[in-house]
Write a protein that binds this ligand. Structure first.
Ligand SMILES: Cc1cc2nc3c(=O)[nH]c(=O)nc-3n(C[C@H](O)[C@H](O)[C@H](O)COP(=O)(O)OP(=O)(O)OC[C@H]3O[C@@H](n4cnc5c(N)ncnc54)[C@H](O)[C@@H]3O)c2cc1C
Length: 418
């Protein structure tokens, strides 16, 4: 008899409520990951959902998780079959008594959850979904998720009316199934791992360095908008998007640092930005399918602008008449990362200067970003388009932005010849 833990965007052992619940069931745990290439290759306009950078990072995170599980005597089961085939095959040999997984946000993620529920119902195995990905748990919100205020300021103020409650770390693991797995990790994920540490050890090395060793967190608020530079921002987004770190773990480290070393506006501001992330996660649940609508969830009925392939491709490849836009786009398509300021500027340029559908830009970000997150990506694009959590269109003057955030032109010169 076994409990199946299906890892999704929670690729970690520490502070993992899904694993903690599985431990309570006192049966060997089969740790499972599903690699669904058809999901990665899904397109909306023309680009595949998962591009090369995220594929590599995902593969590293899964392999990192396997290494951690092996330290405890088990190993990760990585199946490329559908959930239905996989669970039936496991059930035939290991009599599954329970399936536990996360509750995610996003349309396709929810379709998967519905399908999983049906599959489990058909074979009479109970399934439990656990919400894990936000800092604040839905039940601790001072409002129902479906009544989350549409304005970030009201959301934040309501949250900040009571002291922040971060539940204690619930790391609890050990009872993994120790036999062989019929599913080969290398076959499902043939990419060679990146050099150096991967998975949780790599994520924690980054947290220790950013917060404790370099004290970079103390200047976060002053540097977070710069386009480049060591530790100008936390670079936590990719670890958060795969769930290699939880937002709770980060917040606990910040609180520990504030107690032991120093508390200032910058240490607070990381929390403030993590609230933006929570905000978009709850908002995406509230608005459902409208999260992907050209007119978002504002009551307006603007016609979709005509697609201009030349304009779009110039933007996408960093060949517009604006070097500051081009530099950011080149960084994105070369590395899979772009600063928050860069994302705002290039999104504004595509929507308001080139008059293109914001969803094509969001699709390109989805493909290239290592830290792609359905709620944060679509939420931020809608915000700049003025069809989501703000009525105001966010229109940036590119040249002023360049003067302010890349005053020596160093960043721009690094990426484009100008
Ligand atoms: C058009 C657009 C698309 C975006 N797409 C994504 C995405 O797919 N995935 C993603 O994680 N972030 C996205 N962001 C938000 C933000 O740009 C990134 O989270 C940030 O740049 C990541 O770098 P960092 O970890 O150093 O951020 P920091 O500045 O160090 O922020 C700390 C953490 O707070 C959260 N955060 C900060 N700003 C935002 C924000 N505006 N919205 C939501 N969360 C935020 C992130 O989790 C981040 O890791 C997008 C922003 C824009 C304008």
């Amino acid at each position: 008899m076994s409990t199946v833990v299906l890892f999704r965007q929670n690729l970690r052992l520490k502070d993992n409520p899904v694993l903690a619940l599985a431990q309570k069931m006192s049966r060997p745990i089969i740790p499972l990951v599903l690699v669904q290439e058809n999901e990665w290759d899904r397109t909306w306009f023309e680009l595949k959902s998962m591009g090369p950078f995220r594929k590599q990072f995902y593969s590293d995170c899964v392999k990192g998780l396997d290494l951690e599980i092996r330290k405890l005597g088990g190993q990760l089961w990585v199946s490329s079959d559908s959930i239905e085939i996989t669970l039936k095959a496991i059930h035939a040999h290991h009599q599954i008594t329970h399936v536990i997984t996360t509750k995610e946000v996003g349309y396709y993620e929810q379709c998967f959850e519905e399908n999983l529920s049906h599959v489990c119902q058909a074979v009479q195995i109970p399934v439990t979904f656990i919400w894990d990905h936000t800092l604040i748990q839905p039940e601790d919100l001072p409002f129902d998720v479906f009544n989350t205020p549409n304005s970030f300021s009201s959301f934040r103020k309501k949250i900040e009316m009571s002291p922040l409650k971060i539940p204690p770390d619930i790391t609890d693991h050990g009872l993994f199934y120790t036999g062989e797995t019929p599913y080969s990790l290398e076959k499902a994920l043939p990419l060679t791992p990146s050099p150096g540490p991967i998975g949780e050890p790599a994520a924690w090395a980054h947290v220790i360095d950013y917060i404790w060793e370099s004290n970079a967190i103390l200047h976060y608020k002053n540097t977070r908008n710069l386009s480049h530079g060591h530790h100008v921002s936390t670079k936590l987004s990719s670890w958060l998007s795969m769930g290699v770190l939880s937002a709770r773990q980060i917040m606990r480290e910040i609180q520990r640092y504030e107690k032991k070393v120093k508390k200032n506006i910058s240490t607070y501001w990381v929390f403030f930005e993590l609230l933006w992330r929570d905000f978009f996660h709850f908002q995406s649940v509230k608005h459902g399918i409208k999260w992907y609508d050209y007119n978002g969830f504002q009551d307006q009925n603007e016609p979709i602008p005509k697609y201009n392939a030349d304009r779009f491709n110039q933007w996408a490849s960093g060949e517009t008449s604006e070097p500051f836009v081009n530099a950011h786009m080149k960084e994105l398509i070369t590395t899979g990362y772009m600063s928050n300021r860069g994302r705002q500027v290039v999104a504004s340029y595509l929507i308001h200067n080139l008059n293109q559908d914001w969803r094509r830009g969001a699709e390109l970000f989805e493909h290239f970003l290592i830290d792609y997150d359905v709620a944060s990506n679509y939420g931020n694009w809608m915000y700049i388009a003025g069809v989501g959590n703000s009525h105001t269109k966010r229109i940036f003057n590119v040249q002023n932005q360049a003067k302010k955030y890349d005053p020596g032109n160093e960043y721009t010169k690094k990426w484009v010849n100008c």
